[in-house]
Design a protein around this ligand. Structure first.
Ligand SMILES: Cc1cc2nc3c(=O)[nH]c(=O)nc-3n(C[C@H](O)[C@H](O)[C@H](O)COP(=O)(O)O)c2cc1C
Length: 244
């Protein structure tokens, strides 16, 4: 249809990178693109931390469950939701309201929108990458390592660089399952989900040389149960985020 749609539809996560530095000009373009995201009430409630220090990278890679690409990628960014700037700069506010769930959602959504723009901008420049939710295994350590204060929390990381792999695209849910007209319903979803489960099973089998045969439901179930991260509620509360 057009180059933007083609780019968006060519998405895949990349976890292997060439040993080629990302030019500063491109890094700047990626960050500027992120800044032009829509943002709730123009709050811009996020901060991006570029992590260059190899020791910090190593520690983050370990706490994220041994994700080597955090150490190896040329560009590693951590996207943080930031309500501290709000406390410091916004006028005539009762800072207690910054701890509302509403503000937690607002800052997290702002952060994710900026990140997605950064990601797409990077892809448009010939780069690839992967989001890193694995940092949420231990946000206390991430905050200490990166000097992140209260009212700020890291939502996820992002590895970027020139791709040294081009994995097959992971099939997505059928459009009819995720798009409804005028009202929510699940009519016909069963059959479509069954088909999707089979497609994912084939995908995993092919991608792993027969080692993994999970359906989508099995994969997601295992994934969720492996990372419940139950400490997060109390952790965020202690940071003054999303507690009401
Ligand atoms: C918020 C978020 C966190 C993610 N965290 C990780 C991660 O820690 N490690 C990883 O290898 N992939 C991670 N991913 C990548 C997803 O596993 C991947 O996007 C998904 O399986 C779909 O595959 P695709 O991106 O190749 O289409 C994350 C993706 C998102 C959006």
């Amino acid at each position: 249809m057009n180059q933007t749609i083609d780019l968006l539809k060519a998405h895949r996560s990349v976890r292997k990178f060439k040993k080629r530095t990302v030019e500063e000009e491109k890094v700047n373009a990626i960050i500027e693109a992120a800044q032009w995201s829509a943002t709730s009430s123009n709050y811009q409630a996020y901060t991006i931390i570029r992590v260059n220090d190899p020791e910090k990278r190593l520690k983050i890679a370990r706490l994220a469950g041994g994700q080597k690409w955090i150490e190896e990628c040329p560009l590693f960014l951590i996207f943080c939701a930031n309500l501290k700037r709000s406390k410091d700069c916004w006028e005539d506010i009762d800072p207690a309201y910054l701890s509302n769930t509403e503000m937690f959602i607002t800052a997290t959504v702002d952060t994710a929108l900026a990140a997605q723009k950064a990601f797409v901008a990077a892809q448009s420049l010939g780069l690839g990458g992967v989001y890193i939710g694995g940092i949420r295994n231990d946000l206390q350590t991430v905050c200490e390592l990166l000097n992140i204060p209260k009212l700020v929390y890291p939502v996820f990381g992002m590895c970027l660089g020139y791709p040294a792999e081009s994995p097959d695209q992971k099939p997505r849910l059928p459009r009819e399952v995720i798009l409804k007209e005028d009202r929510y319903h699940e009519d016909g979803d069963d059959k479509l989900l069954e088909k999707y489960n089979r497609a994912m099973k084939d995908y995993y089998r092919e991608r792993t040389g027969g080692e993994k045969e999970d359906t989508w439901g099995r994969h997601c179930g295992n994934s969720m149960m492996a990372k419940t991260r139950e400490y997060l509620g109390n952790f965020l509360k202690a940071r003054g985020i999303g507690v009401k």
